[in-house]
Design a protein around this ligand. Sequence first.
Ligand code: FUB
Ligand code: ZN
Length: 638
Amino acid sequence: MLTTRVPATPVHPSTGRLRPLGLAEVRITGGFWARRQQTNAAATLPHIAHWLEREGWIGNYDLAAAGRLPDGRRGREFSDSETYKFLEAVSWELGRRPDPALEATFRRFVSRVEAAQEPDGYLNTAFGRPGQPPRWSDLAWGHELYCLGHLFQAAVARERTAPGADDGLLGIARRAADLICEVFGEDGIQSVCGHAEVEVGLAELSRVTGEQRYLRLAELFIERRGHHVLPEHEWGRAYFQDDLPIREATVQRGHTVRANYLAAGAVDVAVETGDADLLATLRRVWDRTVARRTYLTGGQGSHFQDEAFGEDWELPSDRAYSETCASIASIMFSWRLLLATGGGGYADLIERTLFNVVATAVSHEGDRFFYTNTLHRRAPGEMPDQDAPSPRAFSSLRAPWFEVSCCPPNIARTLASLAGLVATVDDNGLQLQQFAGCSIATSLPDGTPIALDVETAYPENGTVTVRLRESATRPWTLSLRVPSWAHGATLTHRPAGGEAVTIAVVGPTAGVTAAFTEGDVVELELPMAAEFLHPDARVDAIRGCVAVQRGPLVYCAQLPADSAVDLDRLVVSTATPPRYVDGRVVVRAGWLPAADEPWPYTGTAGVPPATGEEFALIPYQDWGQAGLCTMRVWLPEA
Ligand code: FUB
Ligand code: ZN
């Protein structure tokens, strides 16, 4: 077990198998994620600030400070949380690189929030004033604690990237946390927030401040839920994960964002309290959820009405809700399990989700977003209003903002803090968990310094080159994750001035143990042939279909809205393997007849053989970039 110094990273457990590296230790320098981070900074953050302002969601704090609420309050009851996620994103961004203008924006936003805080620490623009519902009067739907959870995470991000800064955000968070410790502590209100999130915020705030009361409250919230402490609801208590105690859970259920934030907070509590049973339960829950309730993209949630997980194997492509926030929350859950346990497929799911949901949900330009991430878009829908918030799942095009806009700032905070997911260390060495062009400088727990650069064109190709920049005082192990999709990976060690040794890799990691010297190179070669994937027969909705994946990228078929042919007529042959050509994957295709059978259940239509015709698939993350379209990931097999 490790004891750690504080890295500037969203999660910093006091104990665990692996220590995460912070933004000062890992700098993403080039390639896919560097481009995404630049766009996040240059386009997404200003875009979010603009919409928070124009929708009045930050203005709500000004109204509160001026005593003018509730009249004129705008946005949903949880709109405060978007300001906090934005502040978190900006904190991580400022931790990546100083920017005086962004710093000034950050401080202005914080002052406006601070002005709205009540003397006793209460902070929420939707509750508690004359004419508003009383504080804590609607725990099931009010989101007061949910909003505070995001406030706490923002304050943690700021404190970790700018320790002791005088902007006041940490003080705001502490006053609010102290208040809820009184109100919801052992002798307080015996209930929980309908939307989990405060638990992760409290756990991390406890880690930053050393305040054990915050961790204890997180624990109380985790333990209370599941005992029917929230009112009955037409979608069932599972919606709030209040159907059964977390220790009895076998799989994720109910609202996907809530379920994953809760699970992430529960890992934090399990780790900090040394609760091995709870941790083991959460691992089992993760395993079954990934095996039975997760889309190929890593997305989760197949119900629109309640934004929820379906039953086991209920994964319809065209009803994939797969909310962007759910995937980010799932990354939070996976990352915590990885740090706690050291392995188990968590980093693989993070990679899948990052490349196929997070990277898909934001446009290449950084100013348009998907809220839901369907795997099959049958109708192109309409061009989203460019000057007003959009509904959630109505178009094949990304929208600038939503009436419920939880996803855009969630993407922003994830991309700004992405370096925190790249690498970990333990007593033996350093583990590369995600592949990105980056520069790493850190030390092992015994002080052994490590400095290296990673070069890669991932995910275009699977070569990952690590150049050691520091000679070691003792042997240590450099481990690289080998994704489960990579068959036949090899690892080569080229000692500076020595003879190269190449080994075939077996298992989920590849490692070299050596007293590395400056100039040593370690190269991982991940074969990236495009492959057909067949679903488990129990995923009824896609039985008889195949999908294509190359490296970490899922591919899809897309046709423009004005296409003369209907995408639902496309069938593919798996007799010929898919070919990768200049960023696209070509498959052999055929087409179902254009004319309808009078009744589709007679089984007489048959599936035509695929012709020699070739059809080019594009990376799923790029769909909907080029205009209104139809799209599908799972393709009927000829
Ligand atoms: O309730 C707050 C957020 O709004 C949820 O996490 C999303 O699913 C959306 O409903
Ligand atoms: Zn969302």
